[in-house]
Design a protein around this ligand. Structure first.
Ligand code: AMP
Ligand code: MG
Length: 490
């Protein structure tokens, strides 16, 4: 059965600009046939932003579209090549279980990738099956949409469909496909893929393409490749600062999982911290804590150094000069990250001016939180909403001393209580996707076929700064001592 008459009105407006790049960068790919695709979740708000109207599609037609069984007009499905440092070790990779369907030109003129994840093997699958399980795909849907709600640059999730087939992991699991929307899927590892082959002409082509797509304002610059390195550094520093400010831990910051666009990408073993601890790691495979919360800013810098290295041949014909230029750009990273982080932390504490001892004030709060095992999100929420709390973890001399010091600092700012609170409310979320609640939603969906728990959660996460009856229910941290682990075997 085909749905072509229904599909002609969806509003696809595809381009295939990536296919104009050197063909070492991709290969043709085709979603496999799935017996019985069914829609698990559709993102109607995102669809509207993309200029797609899904409302008139029957469930069966929507399932056929988002399982890749009915390709949109203009689609030229490909898998993209890339390489990457995975936990420090370099490997040649590629989309092993993802297929780029095409690039949608949105009504506002943006160009975004529409990509399937879990739609079957590609030429880069190696020994993998190219498939994905329902739980992890819904998890990516929930966390990426939560990040969007929090105002953090991220790939988005347009749909999850079940395939009607099982995928074999440690146990058989229901198979699913996620449709991901991204500014692009160009990774640090995409540049590494070409650099590893010493392919300067192709590197230039990829750099020019990426600049045109993401940094058009520097396309005419006399030193555009250096400006490009600087722009990518700026975006990553800003992004990682945002992660730190909400306690988001990516979990697998390999260079293939770092998008040059500055969007958060590849939600695998990621999670948000409940209790504050700088060493927090969730991923079961991250034994050394390489990607722990406190290491994220430094790891991003390491990844950016790998990125800058790939562009050395374009920075200057003289190798020493090229290295010098790259080093200079990279040496600014720490200060840029700091500027973003400090500005964000000041807002989280309602500060409108800058004082020399602000960093000390912030560090003292974080140290207290760590010792007192206080909840990161709720502490900032309590500081926002409550007058000098003295219960629970706040029954602590050290906190009370800190609190007085903070109030003195606020008084020096001279802001009114109302304006301070408004500022803090604009940056301190009431709700984050807490692991135990995410897991509860996934269990209902995958074990009982009940998607209502996830929909309720998604609703609250779409406006995380709003305080209402529904959000109150999602503020509660997990029972103390509950140790959360996420798994990469997705
Ligand atoms: P990730 O850890 O999810 O970022 O994936 C690392 C690499 O492994 C990427 O190149 C993926 O495309 C590939 N990969 C992950 N899972 C599978 C799978 N089930 N089948 C084929 N390739 C996979
Ligand atoms: Mg990845």
């Amino acid at each position: 059965m085909t749905y072509s008459s229904q599909l002609s009105t969806v509003g696809w407006n595809f381009e295939d600009t990536y296919c104009q790049l050197p063909d070492v960068l991709f290969g043709d790919a085709r979603p496999v046939n799935f017996r019985e695709p069914r829609v698990a979740v559709l993102n109607h708000a995102l669809a509207a932003e993309l200029g797609l109207s899904l409302d008139d599609l029957s469930d069966a037609a929507a399932a056929a579209v988002f399982a890749g069984q009915e390709l949109p007009p203009g689609a030229r499905p490909i898998a993209q090549a890339y390489a990457g440092h995975q936990f420090g070790g370099f490997t040649m990779l590629g989309d092993g279980r993802a297929i780029l369907l095409g690039e949608q030109r949105t009504p506002s003129g943006q160009l975004v990738d529409i990509q399937f994840k879990g739609s079957g093997p590609t030429l880069y699958s190696r020994r993998g099956d190219g498939l994905a399980a329902l739980g992890p795909m819904l998890r990516e849907y929930i966390i990426s949409e939560a990040m969007f709600g929090l105002g953090i640059p991220t790939t988005r999730s347009l749909a999850v469909v079940t395939t009607g087939e099982t995928v074999q992991r440690e146990t058989p699991l229901p198979g699913a496909i996620l449709t991901r929307v991204a500014a692009s899927h160009i990774r640090v590892g995409t540049f590494q893929f070409l650099a590893a082959q010493g392919d300067k002409a192709n590197l230039r082509a990829l750099a020019d393409y990426t600049i045109a797509r993401h940094e058009p304002e520097i396309a005419g610059s006399a030193q555009k490749y250096l400006d490009f390195v600087r722009a990518v550094i700026e975006r990553q520093a800003a992004l990682i600062a945002k992660w730190q400010l909400v306690g988001f831990i990516h979990g697998v910051m390999n260079t293939d999982n770092m998008a040059v666009s500055g969007e958060t990408i590849d939600y695998g073993p990621c999670a948000f911290m409940d209790v504050y601890h700088a060493e927090t790691v969730f991923s079961s495979i991250d034994h050394g804590g390489r990607y722990a919360y406190r290491n994220q800013p430094g790891i991003a810098q390491w990844n950016l150094a790998r990125f800058a290295e790939t562009l050395l041949p374009l920075l200057d014909a003289d190798e020493d000069k090229a290295v010098e230029l790259a080093m200079e750009a990279l040496s600014d990273y720490a200060a840029i990250f700091d500027r973003h982080w400090l500005a964000g932390m000041r807002r989280k504490l309602g500060l409108t001016s800058e004082a020399d001892d602000d960093r000390e004030l912030i560090d003292e709060l974080l140290e207290w939180m760590q010792t007192a095992e206080a909840d990161f999100t709720n502490t900032f929420d309590d500081l926002t909403e409550r007058e000098q709390p003295t219960d629970g973890p706040y029954v602590d001399e050290r906190f009370q001393v800190w609190y007085s010091r903070w109030r003195d600092r606020l008084n020096r700012d001279g802001a009114t209580t109302d304006s301070t609170r408004a500022l803090m409310r604009s940056i301190n979320p009431v709700v984050i996707p807490r692991n135990h609640r995410v897991e509860e939603a996934l269990a209902a969906a995958t074990e009982d076929g009940d998607l209502s728990v996830m929909h309720r959660h998604l609703e609250v996460l779409s406006s995380p700064f709003e305080r209402n009856e529904a959000s109150a229910d999602y503020r509660t941290p997990p029972p103390p001592g509950q140790c959360y682990r996420t798994f990469c075997g997705t």
